[in-house]
Design a protein around this ligand. Structure first.
Ligand code: PEP
Ligand code: MG
Length: 540
């Protein structure tokens, strides 16, 4: 059976289907007679959960570094906490309930207790105790963990995935990615592109296809369930062709980003974390044009400390070995929700309390990040960029806070560099004020995803409006030219880091407009390079 959807990222995936398990299925209470056997069942599930965590820790060490992996060690220790274990065994023995139920109740009770504490560190343990309990319940029910119930790589089907769920996926286990809802402009879609896996959205798949064979054809936007052998063979051939094409593109890996008539442009890549740097280098990007730092916050169950952030930024800067790394400060809010920020529910979150608005309001959070960034700047070529700017007032205030941070570091004798600072142009207000805003900063990077939503008044999260979310709209094209002109007049370099930067049907247009930089998903770098190298700007 074939199911039509929208293409989020092209390419072909062939494999077994697994339906994403949010792990929030209610735990049923049953009465048991052999309490000793039930306690033993819990003990062995706990040990299995610990060994899963130990393996995950090893993997995380390599992928995200020691600081970010540390939480998995904490989780292992929490599973050995005597109060936690006693509460569970006591419930099983005294109330004669099943282990899943005892773990679930204890998890909830402990989480409530932690959440009510005054100490911020202890408050944050509430999410951890829920997490470890979900893992043990996963082992007890055989439901597994991390949303994927399989040891083999799979085609993952989900109703929708939040960005926080997507970043936690074991990337090595996902061949393809299909969601029932979700817009192709959402951050989940952007993550799928960064992960370089074929992905579709708006596919109305049947819910009983778990474990069946599937094919994702990201080029045609279709999911095929239970295909006959002949179709599988046909797709294996297409898959091989796709691999051969990727290999061909690899020949461009070390080539320059220069047009036929000698015009050069910087071609950088977008990342969400330390783990993405490998694919930036594999694809030959000459820098990082957007590091979405908020993913450090999304992956964490509490505010990442200055030290944790410093290590992440320093690692990226060092791994990029002197190449430019543009790090965007926290852009939380809207679809990127983090429990511990305790953000109020809003009628219009995309136009609400988000990004720089939060940072200028919760200055201590902002300063922690800026200190980490400036400390890391010493170890590479870091530039700092600020999202969602609408006024000169904001930029002036940001610069005051930067000056405070620098003078504190200086007084402490901590080394830092005077890095370039830039702003994202993603609101119509910033477009209209480009020349004025450019006087305060060194560069602009156009966030076309948000600029499209705010210019066309179309919620980028609303899949029903995907068909009119027209990022080629003439109003936007006019704005892009205004941004380049305004930026250049005030001495800024100007780039694009929104998804439109990777649209090769517009590459020659961007060159003609005068953009200095394009920053795209790592998987798109070589395609854009190929396009740049076949363009003759003088003939446009
Ligand atoms: C954008 O808005 O184009 C952008 C790059 O930022 P984000 O997609 O993270 O909002
Ligand atoms: Mg944006």
């Amino acid at each position: 059976m074939e199911y039509q959807g929208k293409c989020v990222f092209n390419g072909i995936a062939i494999g077994r289907i697994a339906i994403y398990d949010k792990g929030d299925g209610a735990v049923k209470q049953t009465t048991i007679t052999d309490t000793a056997a039930e306690v033993a069942r819990f003990e062995s599930a706990k040990e299995e959960a610990k060994s899963q965590l130990a393996k995950l820790y090893e993997k995380a060490l390599v992928e995200v570094g020691e600081v970010n992996a540390a939480i998995l060690e904490v989780h292992q220790m929490m599973l050995d906490d005597l109060d936690y274990i006693e509460s569970i065994t006591n419930m099983i023995e005294s109330q004669k309930v099943n282990a899943e139920y005892a773990v679930s109740c204890t998890g909830e009770n402990f989480a409530e207790m932690f959440a009510s504490m005054d100490d911020d560190y202890m408050k944050a343990r509430a999410a951890d105790v829920k997490d470890i309990s979900t893992r043990v319940i996963g082992v007890l029910t055989g439901r597994g963990n991390g949303g994927i119930n399989s040891d083999e790589p799979v085609i993952l089907l989900a109703d929708d995935l939040a960005p926080s769920e997507t970043v936690q996926l074991d990337k090595s286990k996902v061949l393809g990615f299909v969601t029932r809802f979700g817009s192709s402009n959402s951050h989940t879609a952007i993550l799928a592109r960064t992960m370089n896996i074929p992905a579709l959205s708006s596919v109305d798949f049947p819910s009983d296809c778990n474990g069946k064979m599937g094919i994702v054809d990201g080029n045609k936007g279709i999911l095929i369930i239970d295909p006959p052998m002949s179709v599988i063979d046909e797709y294996h051939k297409k898959f091989d062709e796709q691999q051969a094409q990727r290999k061909l593109l690899q020949e461009l890996k070390d080539k320059e980003d220069i047009t036929l008539d000698g015009k050069t442009i910087h071609l950088y890549a977008n990342i969400g974390g330390v783990g993405d740097v490998a694919s930036v280098l594999e694809n030959g990007a000459t820098g990082i044009g957007l590091f979405r730092s908020e993913f450090l916050y999304l992956e964490s169950s509490t505010y990442p400390s200055e030290e944790e952030q410093f290590k992440a930024y320093k690692t990226v800067a060092e791994n990029m070995a002197g190449k430019k790394v543009v790090i965007r400060t926290l852009d939380i809010g809207a679809d990127k929700q983090v429990d511990y920020f305790d953000l109020a529910k809003e009628e219009n979150p995309a136009m609400g309390y988000r990004a720089i608005r939060i940072c200028l309001d919760r200055v201590h959070v902002f300063k922690t990040q800026l200190r980490a960034l400036y400390r890391a700047s010493y170890y590479g070529n870091i530039s700092i960029m600020f999202p969602m700017i609408i006024s000169e007032k904001e930029v002036i205030r940001i610069k005051e806070i930067i000056a405070e941070v620098k003078s504190e570091l200086k007084a402490e004798g901590v080394p830092y560099k005077d890095c370039e600072i830039g702003i994202m142009i993603e609101t119509p207000a910033a477009v209209m004020l480009a020349e004025e805003l450019g006087k305060y900063v060194d560069f602009f990077s156009v966030g076309t995803n948000d600029l499209t939503q705010y210019t066309l008044a179309i919620d980028r999260q609303n899949a029903a409006l995907d068909n009119i979310y027209d990022s080629h709209h003439p109003a936007l094209m006019k704005m892009l030219q205004m941004i380049v002109d305004g930026g250049h007049k005030s001495g800024c370099w100007v780039g694009i880091c929104g998804e439109l930067g990777a649209d090769t049907t517009l590459t020659s247009e961007f060159l003609k407009m005068g953009f200095d930089e394009l920053s795209v998903s790592p998987s798109m770098v070589l395609k854009v390079r190929a396009k740049i190298r076949e363009t003759d700007v003088s003939k446009l």
